[in-house]
Design a protein around this ligand. Structure first.
Ligand code: SF4
Length: 90
């Protein structure tokens, strides 16, 4: 099996639908800088203006960014009513 097989079924979404978004107007919120640090897939980046951007290609759906930043900053749409993703706290 290739890499894809090892990673399992749900790791990479191939639908291309972005389900995590930075809420409008929150791009410069200092708390968002945490997401840049914690995202294991390195999907957040901060530009020289202090704005954080997110590319959701390759998102692992680990939920870390949501835990770090909260729903006031991030809008997370569950693909299937929340059934698909398990959060691990701690
Ligand atoms: Fe990164 Fe995980 Fe957030 Fe996806 S859910 S953007 S992989 S921290």
């Amino acid at each position: 099996p290739g890499l894809k097989g090892k990673l399992g079924l749900n790791v990479f979404k191939e639908s291309g639908k972005s389900h995590i978004r930075i809420r409008e107007g929150k791009e410069k919120h200092p708390q968002l800088a945490k997401a840049v640090l914690v995202c294991p897939a390195g999907l957040y980046s901060q530009n020289s203006k202090g704005e954080v951007t997110l590319s959701s290609d390759g998102c692992l759906e680990c939920g870390t960014c949501l835990i770090a930043c909260g729903r006031e900053l991030l809008d997370w749409e569950y693909p299937e009513g929340g059934a698909g993703v398990q959060f691990r706290f701690g």
